[in-house]
Design a protein. Structure first.
Ligand SMILES: Cc1cc2nc3c(=O)[nH]c(=O)nc-3n(C[C@H](O)[C@H](O)[C@H](O)COP(=O)(O)O)c2cc1C
Length: 217
């Protein structure tokens, strides 16, 4: 059985490619493994709050020294971290905005990168002060972009600030098994978009097969 966390970050509904592709992926996985348990967070339609001064003060206070208001400040963040820790497979639908991740998705990242919960910090350890705490999980990130050529060797590769940022921040908390599947050309439509979506679907179908084969599902 797979415990799957699905995060959709597009504010768009039916017009969203990432939302459609993530839904199809999850549906296919559920067919391959009917026991798949899905927790769905629609952060595109129900945006998460950004972190606040109270949140930061609470997050960097040791748990046994937090007062009630600090616990309250971290309540949603704790819930989001619990969801992440409970999952074996994390499926992220992320629109590409202004050369990087959309602010709504960054808000989720800021809520789940938590000292003592998803990474540890030891100031005495000069060589390696940070220890990732989220291990043994797979991430499939489904991205859609309006323009094309953001992949390796493409004309826009240098402007792709999403893939690297995503791998860095997820890796920081221990999520190093990250597969990125991208569709492009939303702005052009026609066969350029259709071909790109079909290529993404083919990759995702293969990932369903792999996920079930490696015992992930
Ligand atoms: C605010 C905003 C910024 C965008 N910035 C870019 C960009 O920098 N590069 C690009 O190729 N497409 C850009 N796009 C196009 C989106 O990446 C594209 O529409 C994508 O399909 C959105 O994901 P979705 O279909 O899941 O909503 C932008 C779209 C919006 C609404």
């Amino acid at each position: 059985m797979t415990r799957l966390l699905q995060i959709d970050a597009s504010p768009r509904g039916e017009r969203s490619h990432t939302r459609r592709l993530s839904r199809e992926f999850v549906e296919h996985l559920q067919v391959a493994d009917p026991g798949t348990e899905v927790v769905h967070r629609d952060i595109g339609r129900q945006p998460l709050p950004h972190v606040t001064e109270d949140w930061i003060a609470a997050a960097f206070t040791p748990p046994d020294q937090r007062d009630d208001s600090m616990h309250k400040s971290l309540q949603l963040s704790d819930e989001l971290v619990d969801e992440l820790l409970a999952a074996d497979l994390i499926v992220l639908g992320i629109p590409f905005y202004n050369f990087g991740m959309p602010s709504g998705f960054k808000a989720w990242i800021d809520q789940i990168v938590r000292v003592g919960r998803t990474f540890d910090f030891d100031p005495e350890d000069v060589e390696s002060p940070y220890t990732p705490l989220v291990t043994g999980k797979r991430v499939i990130a489904i991205i859609s972009r309006g323009d094309g050529g953001y992949g390796p060797g493409g004309r826009n590769e240098v402007h792709n600030h999403l893939d690297g940022h995503l791998r860095t921040v997820l890796g920081f908390i221990g999520l190093t098994d990250v597969t990125i599947v991208a569709a492009e050309n939303d702005e052009f439509g026609g066969t350029r978009l259709a071909d790109s979506l079909e290529a993404a679907r083919t990759e995702l179908r293969q990932l369903v097969v792999e996920s079930t084969q490696v015992g992930c599902a």
